[in-house]
Design a binder for this molecule. Structure first.
Ligand code: C5P
Length: 222
């Protein structure tokens, strides 16, 4: 019989980039394939959880047994996350755009032969920090931190500043973006696990094992 340690638990995962529209044909985005978040959603579903995957625009298939909610912008993602609550665990893997265009232009902006238009930005909500500060926050809130340098230092600060229980720090100085492998460090309140480089699927499986250890039901797993 399959081991289903997360049976009865609701796991919320955000994945992919967000697209912040400038006009009907242009947007601002981060580089994100969605592969790591989708792998985590798949692994959580395989472990028996009910999974809500709030996904920015990506070209991946929905993993079996996962409820997927498609969104475009950070504000849409924030709303979908609120609507998916309550959850027992949230894994925020999305590469949310830090800024959006302040003034959306409803018609395609034309080249006028003069100076290029100035793009004014305003800050997006921090979905992870907002979730972690809610009174009804999930029992376990996990953030991701993509860093190119001083990975552990930045990740430690991020765990504290955002109020996440765990931060999965990944070193993106190599060719992680869009690739199939990942090198991560998992920061808990009382220490760090540095995992050897492995596939994004491997990271997902291992992380879901840790999640099951933390919040899973250890008696009825079957
Ligand atoms: O600050 P930074 O973007 O590096 O933080 C990354 C973590 O915060 C990820 O877990 C990401 O999903 C989350 N995040 C968020 N909303 C934002 C920015 C980041 O949920 N606006």
């Amino acid at each position: 019989p399959q081991h289903r340690p997360l049976y009865g638990k609701h796991v919320l995962v955000t994945a992919g980039p967000t697209h912040e529209p400038i006009d009907p044909v242009r947007y601002i985005a981060n580089r994100s394939s969605g592969k790591q978040g989708y792998a985590i959603a798949a692994a959580a579903a395989a472990a028996g959880a009910r999974v809500t995957l709030v996904s920015g625009p990506v070209t991946l298939a929905t993993p079996p047994g996962v409820d997927r909610v498609d969104v475009e912008s950070a504000e849409d993602m924030a709303k979908a996350v609120r609507e998916a609550l309550p959850a027992d665990c949230a894994v925020m893997v999305a590469a949310v755009a830090d800024w959006r265009a302040r003034d959306y232009v409803p018609e395609k902006i034309k080249k006028r032969g003069a100076a290029p238009p100035a793009l004014l930005l305003e800050e997006n909500p921090d979905i992870l920090a907002t979730l972690a500060s809610r009174p009804d926050k999930p029992e376990l809130v996990i953030g991701f931190a993509a860093e190119t340098n001083d990975v552990l230092l930045h990740a430690k600060k991020k765990r504290r500043n955002k109020g996440a229980d765990w931060i999965v720090a990944n070193d993106v100085s190599g060719d992680v973006m869009g690739g199939d492998d990942n090198t991560v460090h998992v920061l808990y309140d009382d220490g760090v696990d540095s995992w050897e480089p492995m596939s994004k699927q491997g990271v997902a499986t291992k992380l879901v094992e840790r999640i099951a250890d933390a919040i899973g039901d250890h008696d009825t797993g079957q």
